[in-house]
Design a protein around this ligand. Sequence first.
Ligand code: UDP
Ligand code: MG
Length: 316
Amino acid sequence: MKRLQLSIVIPVYNEEEGLNALFSRLYPSIDKLGMSYEIVFVNDGSHDRSGAILTQQFHMRPDVTRVLLFNGNYGQHMAIIAGFEHTRGEWIITLDADLQNPPEEISKVVEKLAAGHDYVGTVRIHRQDTWFRRHASRMMNRLREHITHIQITDQGCMLRGYSRHIIDTINQCREINTFIPALAYTFAQKPVEINVDHEERFAGESKYSIYSLIRLNFDLITGFSLVPLQWLSGIGITLSIGSGILFLMLITRRFLLGAEVEGVFTLFALIFCMLGVILFGIGLLGEYIGRIHQQVRERPRYLVQGLLEEHDTHTA
Ligand code: UDP
Ligand code: MG
């Protein structure tokens, strides 16, 4: 198979308003690098005209464009995984389709890859997102820092570069719910981080609802750490010891003072608190077990409806 220098992977979900603006900035900035490259777009089951626009773009630049069309919406990370499986480049760079990651910044990532780094992480310096997103992100970054061994400053920035060996290793993984920057980091040997610019979404709205953001963060936590389960055991042990002591105290009072009913509400409060902890625990266990359940079914992770690419005459 023909080896290229650079592969760009871009997941696309309902981005019809911004795609043409993306093309007009993306292609020139990569052409300028003077490298052999391909751009792999993955249409993640868009309901709008994104698929048609991508097809049109493929016909405009068939030499460097490849389009993977999913039959449904499998999520940003699965779209990127599928893109990875179809890349042929020595260096692979991921990018959002909404122009929040300026295509002009790709050259900075390439520079670091050329310097021999196999993982180029990025930090958004002027992050253009809502107050809520920025603060929730900061909290999740801190939490991840504490409970996993993954050291990345800004896990949410998807403009990142990887070398071929990392992508080959990711391609061997069969994970369904995953978080690519973290997964790639676990395989990195010489990671580096750089600052990149961040822009406001060119058009449309974020494709992540609160619910899907929570789900994504659970993917990150459950996929890379067992610490929450260990915390739960810790809380369980502490509560057991606490309630053991309480029991001894109450039974001693019972024999010293006889039956009494005062403090019933305190008891209720304690019970409700423990019920909360128990329900939280069951929910957390469910997050892990649900993912095990999805994983053991071993269904295909995604279904490709079509692949647009130029016939490779150089195939060995
Ligand atoms: N995306 C996708 N599938 C989804 C959700 C998003 O392929 O289910 C793509 C989307 O088209 C964009 C990128 O993932 O290219 C990032 O999405 P978005 O900008 O909505 O996320 P945010 O920047 O708000 O984190
Ligand atoms: Mg975005």
